[in-house]
Each structure stands twice: as structure tokens, then as C-alpha cells.
Design a protein around this ligand. Structure first.
Ligand SMILES: [Zn+2]
Ligand SMILES: [Zn+2]
Length: 364
């Protein structure tokens, strides 16, 4: 085992022990690490809607949340590289580790791997326990997929590799958006904006982003990132506006990112063109009623999307590195790990202040 001289012995971590309840613990770092594992020093962790969802609902065994992690490999197994990476490399971590051998992996449905390991969701009492980014250090298992992040990229830009990776995955890989196409992105939060950027990169001709009145500033940023039109849903009927923008054609792809409300799905059916695709990534508060005759009669495709894949993460890293977009405008909050409770509740819009992207930084 290659060990740095000042090897840390413990990691301060925020452990989610129940709904809305964090407990700060000092967790021992295994010495030596389990076979073929690596140790990551966490630099910062981005927070998204799924962290908020977990925060509100968590009822299983205690765990360390945080899956949008940027850090530095400070201990790797002996040998020249580990998963193609070396000690000292600054990396962005892909949250899902797939087995590569089950029917889903072999069949190209890798996000549904039957033996997947998901950082964030593994209990703190299982194995090394340091499986989440709301911690000073993380232990990484063999097969972990990472992306290299150059040292000159500011950390708050670097943590955007995950939301932007989702944008590429949902818009391009799952949605199949092509050059000259039209897309309707429902939801003006960090995912919506990242998706507008991905649609722009894919060469879409029409990029429409919807949001609430309170998202007005975010929709302005959506335009900077590539949106050609924005719609405030509190004051405008979405299907009529989309029909007007597309001269009655409808859009090739709809991406529904809106959590809770099921209204966007019925709007989506009216906005998509025949033979078009609706990608659903927003978690609804309950079952959605749909007019399935529309789906049959107009040959629509409705696809679910959860996380991302290595190729979309690589696209995101390329965009971040290019400095082509004003990504610093995504940053609204950067808080110390000690304020994790507030950080997560900011993402859940529990405070009356504008929030786009929140990052937490552990003590160094
Ligand atoms: Zn996330
Ligand atoms: Zn698998």
C-alpha cells in the first residue's frame, strides 16, 4: 500500500441518521484500506434535488450523503495507476459503480446494473463507511469511474460536472436531440440550465426553457447558456406558447425536470411533435394520469432518466475545461460542511432567497 507520510486517521463527516437529521461523526479511516481501494480527499461536493429528497425522506440505516464530489486521490493501491488515475490526481467522481458483467451492463443499460454500488446510498456501518461526499475523505472501491479535473479550474465550476453530465445524458443520449431540432426543457433550476447548455452544444435550433415567476433570473441565465426562448409558467399557457414559437410544429424533444407537479406531463403531450420523445427526469409526488391514446396515435416515445453515464460526464468535463460558458453564474452558495443542514434546505427552496447551485466544503 502506498501511503502518504501524513496519512489522516479519521474523517469528519455529516451522517444522515433520519429524516432531516444530521449527526457529525469522526469516522476512522481503515489502515490499510481494503484490497484495491483508494482514498480521496474531498475538496467540495455539489448538492442537487435528490440530496434534498433523501434528506426529507431518509428512513434506512445512517449514511453519508453527497454524490457530486470533486477531490484529490491521496492514496492508491501499488502500481502505476488505479482505474487509469494516479496519486495526486484531481478528479470528479461518478456516483454509480457498475459491475460490467450483469445482463443490464452487458446489454448497455448500465445505470440499472443489478450489482451497482451507489456512493451516497451505502450505509455508514457497511465496510469502510466513508461512501459519501459530505465528509473530509471518501474510500473508493475498485471499478470507480472518474473524470480528470485540471488544477486551474475553480472548484465551484468543477463540481458542475455532474449536473452538466446529466444535461448531456438526458438531452443528447436519451432524448436523441440532433442538429436543428427543437427542445422544450421544463424546469428552470440547475438541471434545466445545464440541459439548455447541452442542447446548445448538440446544435439545437430552438431551445425553450420554462420556469416559475420566481425563477426569472435563472431564465435570464438560461438565455446566456443557449436558450432561444423562455416561458414563465405562472403567467403563460405553455402549449400555446410552444405552438406559437414552433409555428404549430411542436418540439422534437421535451425534457420534464419539474419535481412534484404532474401538469408538465400533460403539457408535454401537447407540445411534442408526432414521433417525438418525452424524457421524464422529475420525480412526481404521485402517479400521473396520461392520455395514452395520444402516445399510441402519434407514435410518441416516453423515456425515464435518472443519472448520467461516463460519456456524458466526459462531455461535461470538456465543456467545463473549455471555459466557453459563464459557469460562475451558477454559483449561488458555497457553505462549510458544518452548515450542511442549511445547504440542503437551500436546495429545497425552504428559504426565501434565490438559489441555483449550492456547494459544501469540508474542513481541510
Ligand atoms: Zn445529484
Ligand atoms: Zn452490472
Amino acid at each position: 500500500m502506498t501511503t502518504t507520510r501524513s496519512r489522516p486517521t479519521h474523517s469528519e463527516a455529516a451522517v444522515l441518521v433520519g429524516p432531516r437529521e444530521f449527526e457529525f461523526r469522526s469516522i476512522p479511516i481503515p489502515d490499510p484500506l481494503p484490497h484495491d481501494h483508494a482514498l480521496l480527499k474531498v475538496e467540495a461536493t455539489g448538492i442537487c434535488g435528490s440530496d434534498y429528497h433523501l434528506f426529507k425522506e431518509h428512513s434506512g440505516p445512517p449514511l453519508i450523503g453527497g454524490h457530486e464530489v470533486v477531490g484529490t486521490l491521496i492514496e492508491v493501491p501499488p502500481g502505476s495507476t488505479w482505474s487509469g488515475f494516479a496519486m495526486g490526481d484531481r478528479v470528479g467522481l461518478e456516483p454509480i459503480v457498475r459491475c460490467g458483467h450483469c445482463p443490464e451492463c452487458v446489454g448497455g443499460r448500465m445505470n440499472y446494473c443489478r450489482r451497482r454500488f451507489a456512493y451516497t446510498f451505502e450505509p455508514v456501518d457497511s465496510g469502510a463507511g466513508l461512501w459519501g461526499g459530505f465528509s473530509q475523505y471518501m474510500v473508493l472501491i475498485p471499478g470507480t469511474s472518474m473524470v480528470r479535473i485540471p488544477s486551474e479550474i475553480p472548484v465551484e465550476d468543477a463540481v458542475l460536472f455532474n449536473p452538466i453530465g446529466n444535461g448531456f445524458e438526458w438531452v443528447c443520449r436519451i432524448g436523441g436531440l440532433g442538429v436543428g431540432d427543437a427542445i422544450l426543457i421544463m424546469g428552470g433550476g440547475q438541471r434545466g440550465l445545464a440541459s439548455a447548455l447541452a442542447a446548445k452544444e448538440a446544435g439545437a435550433a430552438t431551445i425553450i426553457v420554462t420556469g416559475l415567476e420566481r425563477d426569472r433570473e435563472k431564465l435570464e441565465l438560461a438565455r446566456t447558456l443557449g436558450a432561444t426562448h423562455t416561458i414563465i409558467v405562472d403567467e403563460t399557457d405553455v402549449p400555446s406558447a410552444v405552438s406559437e414559437i414552433t409555428a404549430g410544429d411542436g418540439v422534437d424533444v421535451v425534457l420534464d425536470l419539474v419535481p412534484g407537479s404532474t401538469q408538465p406531463m400533460s403539457d408535454a403531450l401537447q407540445c411534442v411533435r408526432s414521433g417525438g420523445t418525452i424524457v421524464v427526469a422529475g420525480i412526481k409526488s404521485g402517479p400521473t394520469q396520461l392520455d395514452t391514446n395520444q402516445i399510441v396515435g402519434r407514435g410518441l416515445r416516453i423515456l425515464g432518466a435518472t443519472s448520467t453515464t461516463p460519456s456524458s460526464i466526459a462531455n461535461a468535463a470538456r465543456i467545463i475545461e473549455s471555459r466557453k460558458y459563464p459557469l460562475e453564474e451558477f454559483h449561488t452558495h458555497c457553505l462549510p460542511l458544518a452548515e450542511i443542514d442549511r445547504a440542503i434546505r437551500l436546495v429545497g427552496a425552504e428559504f426565501d432567497e434565490p438559489v441555483l447551485h449550492v456547494t459544501v466544503v469540508p474542513p481541510s
